[in-house]
Design a protein around this ligand. Sequence first.
Ligand SMILES: Nc1nc2c(ncn2[C@@H]2O[C@H](COP(=O)(O)OP(=O)(O)O)[C@@H](O)[C@H]2O)c(=O)[nH]1
Ligand SMILES: [Mg+2]
Length: 395
Amino acid sequence: MFKFAIQNMENQDPAVVDAIKESGESTLEKAKTKAKTKFDQFVDVSLNIAVTGKTGSGKSSFVNALRGLEDEDDRAAPTGVTETTMEPTMYEHPEMPNVKIWDLPGIGSPNFKAKKYLNDVNFNTYDFFIILNSERFMENDIMLAKEIRKRKKRFYFVRSKIDNDMSSEKKKKGFDEQKVLSIIREDCQKNLKELGDPKVFLISSCDLEEYDFESLQNTLEDELPEHKKYALLQAWPVCSAASLEKKINMFKRMTWAASLVSAGVAVVPVPGLSAACDVGMVVLFLTRCYYAFGLDERSLTRLSEKVNKPHLKDLAKSKFVTAIREKALTRLQASAALAAISTVEYFLSLLPGVGSAAAAGISFATTQYLLREGVNDLADTARIIRKEAGLASVH
Ligand SMILES: Nc1nc2c(ncn2[C@@H]2O[C@H](COP(=O)(O)OP(=O)(O)O)[C@@H](O)[C@H]2O)c(=O)[nH]1
Ligand SMILES: [Mg+2]
């Protein structure tokens, strides 16, 4: 009876009703529990990607590409060096420490033993394996795939350095990119028939917008468990217009959870007057969004150098981009979910009519508005920058 009364009162706030609806639950209590689980997964779920293949196949370059780093970056995996260790090397995603990409030892030796190799590299650590080769797949790749399958994990064959193939083929008369790609694909797949004809993804670590990098993202998304998808979609570099839109949709779909987690709606007796909104959560959510859309300085510098358009950075000046940049959370803070009070006040100052003194008591509706506005603002900025960069866009 008592519970029913409370529920009724809370339901008077349309913003809260909205959030409950989006949660798919029937009561605020249930919606809040679900929001907490979802949000924790969204921020913190671990994803461990193993990158393997023979020495020189481009493993370290691929690891760097996944982390959005140039091979020259201080934090990058060294490339062009021969592996001397049998230990996997772990590389954290620069902004998401819960996502780890592992550069595994080469599988090139003539007396390669898949079983021993997988034991040596701590097989259980990984969510899935990327098996790279810059030529056609050979006996060792196949042996490894069979052993991974026997142990009930997934593997993906990736044919690397496609840009090299393209530049040598381009010199020939009657060059047709699609034709070259299908010849490479068939050539790679020929040896893999005994594995049931798995798909081979053709990629270049130098240009993720080209070839099958997007298709690899889609396949991984389809095959990963729901909660791991969040980590993948946040960490995966933006590689196409559709890939950006997917990220935007994910953040939009998460705002109900982020707002319920941020706002203290349980103790609200009067609609519109919320107890402490944890603006730290709002900042965390939008900071994740900012990095996932590639709006940080490093990503923008990289993009503008790539397309040779130095003015691209000037386009990243929207209200929220500026706010996040001024107060950007460091990597550690971004996972600890704790923002400094100054950040909180700064964010609140973005809202019309909300002073920083209100930090402890903004309404649920305001929290929700801040999150939605933030995602929209960042999304629009990212779309504009893609367009200006001359990259393909979604119509
Ligand atoms: N053009 C081109 N070169 C690549 C690509 N991936 C790797 N490389 C180069 O191939 C060489 C070996 O790459 P590396 O990542 O060190 O291979 P690993 O031994 O498997 O770690 C290096 O000189 C890389 O710069 C690619 O996609 N395109
Ligand atoms: Mg290497």
